[in-house]
Unconditional design. Sequence first.
Length: 117
Amino acid sequence: QVQLVESGGGLAQAGDSLRLSCAASGRTSTIYALGWFRQAPGKERESVARITRVGGFTSYADSVKGRFTISRDSAKNTVYLQMNSLKPEDTAVYYCAAQSGPSYDWWGQGTQVTVSS
């Protein structure tokens, strides 16, 4: 079992920055990668960014490249999502997820990010 707890969401204005955190606990040694996803009202959940636990290899959705940065602190079992130059279309519930196998097996409860214009 892996537990994930997100924090750092909130209200922002367009152009502002926010940083999300995701603290992992439990069998963290089984985690291959951690990812951030988001789901806006009426839309499907989409992948935002991903980072491997070993090596720290990253990937991003085209919509956030150059604005968002995913990073990890292995000592704290925490992954971060630094979100800069926020846009209203970034408004969504953001979820952290952990991948132990071919798919993401563990999910956090989500944190709301609302960006006003």
